[in-house]
Design a protein around this ligand. Structure first.
Ligand code: C2E
Ligand code: CA
Ligand code: CA
Length: 642
């Protein structure tokens, strides 16, 4: 549609340009023509042959008169003088002004010849015979020369008249051409201006959603630097996962629908823009900008609560928002962007699906983040990382069947840091592979101290799965600490698989072929749980703790847990319920069919020593610790049946 109208506009512009150019050429040509005719008129009036012929006739008559008078008292000298003038005049007229082949040229030519032939007669004057002879010879020429003068006069006025007529026509043509030139020129200007305005709109508009783009937003921010402004930075939660799961067309549709919802939610904003793939920005201006934008953030969160209708599917998606305000001042725009970004990061770290208003102390958080990023390599060398082990309990016996290794960082300056804070920093800065290798090595080292039937699960991030050293390093760590591969579990989330896809699957297959177990962590929080269960033969799934924790959707959560357990049983997968905090939780997950449980009810993450003590205490309680039946993977279960 846009291309067609652009092509039409281009064609119109081309035509108008050609016509205007032709008209301009015509205007120049007709002006030159007018100049030529004007010169002709001037020349016709300046070098009038009428004058020449009239003068010739007058000189001829004066010579005749002088000849007549010389019969009486007239002087011969006067005759000779008049004769010389006539000869001179004739030579001027015949040489310069008259075509010798024309009728006038012929008359004047024969007069000139006759006059020149009179020279010997004039020399014999005042001989009366010569005088009479001279007068008689000149007489026949008087009439024709007078007629020539009359004719030349009318011819000259005819020429002037005709040239003037042509000049009128040419001037009329010039008027028409000029008028057309003005009209077409104006048309061309209108088209060019419209095209420029159109291009300007394109440059400032996001091609997908039709709202403003980053360029327009930055421009608006700069323009408003003289007044109070507030900007909201919005990011779609897990957009990449959604995009990879449902395809890019679905991702695009979500962005389009989201931009429409933003229009409703931010009707009073100065600008709404899409400034990146899944990043939007909203600008508010005025003294109450911050209050209005906070209200807007609430409306946005409300708007995205209802699912998006995409390709006959109801897709739930959330957004996270960062908000920053700034008073009038130079570089306000740059600061607003930076601060909104920091606030957005804080909102993401706080669990997404919320908005956070920037506060100056958040700058310190940024500094902290940078300190974490810069200190990670050193932290390994200094021995600042350590693992805690959270028990995973067999729900049928209540005994510990394994542990999840959870990483901690005892920073030499910042104190104890949660993985929730530093794992994303490690992932963003590309250091997770290095940290992950340390975790596997340490988990194997500690697991070797536990009883042989106890497994240890480690969390593996997406980027680790594409690390070519992972399989090699894991094999080496297992061998180094004499750990059976079956005792090492690799926990991955759905997004890990979605993001890395084929390469990640290949690495997982390699790890599984070695004997390691693979479990799907945080099950139910992504989009593609079921499809990924088909794509990879997992040994275990861990139902995310959010289903137990949600108070508002308690019944829904319980139903999902029950459904997931049912599905996992059919697929012969071991099920772990996460976040078991209370006895009620334990009962819910146990009756739903979960085999194992993990949560504060059983224990918080423990030091390796405390973990060992726990196992030993359990062993003391039960003289013979039964091997947890459900801990068997599908392959083992099959073998047992045989
Ligand atoms: P996760 O894999 O889902 O780990 C479970 C988290 O839930 C742990 O938090 C654990 O302390 C917490 N938790 C366990 N039981 C309960 C409970 O009953 N109630 C509540 N409210 N929470 C419970 P933690 O240790 O802070 O770890 C957070 C996340 O950090 C982990 O989530 C995991 O995604 C990541 N993480 C931890 N260690 C590593 C690691 O070595 N490598 C990678 N890549 N990620 C790690
Ligand atoms: Ca985990
Ligand atoms: Ca988990």
């Amino acid at each position: 549609m846009f291309r067609r109208s652009a092509a039409r506009c281009r064609r119109l512009k081309l035509w108008l340009t050609v016509i205007t150019a032709v008209l301009a050429l015509a205007a120049v040509a007709s002006s030159l023509l007018a100049y030529t005719y004007q010169r002709r008129i001037m020349e016709a009036s300046r070098y009038n042959t009428t004058f020449d012929f009239g003068q010739t006739a007058a000189e001829l008559m004066r010579l005749q008169l002088a000849l007549e008078e010389s019969r009486g008292e007239g002087s011969i000298e006067e005759v000779r003088f008049r004769y010389a003038i006539l000869v001179n005049r004739l030579s001027i007229v015949t040489i310069n002004r008259v075509d010798p082949k024309s009728a006038q040229g012929k008359v004047l030519g024969s007069l000139q010849r006759e006059v020149l032939a009179l020279a010997p007669l004039i020399a014999q004057l005042p001989d009366p015979t010569m005088l009479t002879l001279t007068i008689d010879q000149l007489r026949p020429f008087v009439g024709p020369v007078l007629r020539l003068a009359g004719q030349a006069h009318s011819q000259a006025s005819n020429e002037i008249q005709s040239n003037q007529n042509w000049l009128i026509v040419i001037f009329a043509a010039i008027c028409c051409v000029t008028l057309s030139l003005v009209l077409f020129g104006a048309g061309l200007m209108v088209v060019v201006l419209r095209q420029n305005a159109h291009l300007d709109r394109i440059v400032r508009t996001d091609w997908l959603t039709g709202i403003a783009n980053r360029f327009a937003f930055s421009h608006a921010l700069r323009q408003g630097e003289g007044e109070d402004q507030t900007m909201i930075l919005l990011d779609v939660d897990h957009f990449k996962t959604l995009n990879d799961t449902f395809g890019h067309a679905a991702g695009d549709k979500l962005l389009i629908e989201l931009s429409q919802r933003l229009r409703w939610a931010c009707g009073d904003a100065a600008m709404i823009a899409r400034i990146g793939g899944d990043e939007f920005a909203v600008l508010y201006r005025g003294s109450d900008a911050e209050a209005r934008s906070i209200a807007c953030c609430e409306r946005i969160l409300e708007q995205v609560r209802s699912p998006f209708d995409i390709e006959d599917r109801q897709v739930r998606s959330h957004v996270t928002l960062g908000l920053s305000s700034g008073g009038a001042g130079l570089h306000q725009g740059t600061c607003l962007f930076k601060h909104a970004d920091i606030a957005l990061y804080e909102a993401k770290a706080a669990g997404r699906n919320r908005f956070v208003v920037f506060r100056p102390e958040m700058n310190q958080h940024l500094g902290r983040r940078q300190a974490l990023q810069n200190g990670m390599r050193e932290a390994i060398a200094r021995g600042e990382f350590f693992l805690l082990f959270q028990p995973i309990v067999d729900l049928s016996t209540g005994l510990t069947c394994g542990f999840e290794a959870l990483l901690r960082w005892q920073h030499h300056e910042l104190g104890l840091i949660s993985p929730v804070e530093f794992i994303p920093v490690a992932e963003e800065s590309g250091q997770i592979a290095m940290v992950g290798l340390w975790v596997i090595e340490e988990a194997c080292r500690q697991a070797a101290r536990f009883p042989t039937e106890t497994f240890v699960a480690v969390n593996v991030s997406a980027d680790q799965l594409v690390d070519p050293l992972l399989v090699q390093h894991t094999t080496a760590s297992l061998a180094r600490h004499g750990l059976e591969p079956e005792r090492l579990e690799i926990e991955i989330t759905e997004s890990t698989l979605i993001e890395n896809d084929e390469r990640a699957l290949a690495v997982l297959h390699a790890l599984r072929a070695m004997g390691c177990r693979i479990s799907l962590d945080d099950f139910g929080t992504g989009y593609a749980s079921l499809s990924y269960l088909r794509r990879f033969p997992f040994d275990k799934i861990k139902i995310d703790q959010s289903f137990l924790r949600s108070r508002s959707h308690r019944e829904e959560g319980i139903a999902i847990i029950a459904g997931t357990c049912d599905l996992a049983r059919r697929l012969n997968l071991t099920i772990v319920a996460e976040g078991v905090e209370t006895e009620e939780h334990r009962q819910i997950v146990a009756s739903a069919g979960s085999h194992q449980g993990q949560g504060y009810l059983f224990d918080r993450p423990l030091s390796p020593e405390a973990s060992l003590a726990r196992i030993e205490a359990e062993a003391r309680r039960t003289s013979a610790r039964p091997k947890p039946e459900r801990e068997q993977g599908p392959a083992e279960a099959l073998m047992a049946m045989i």
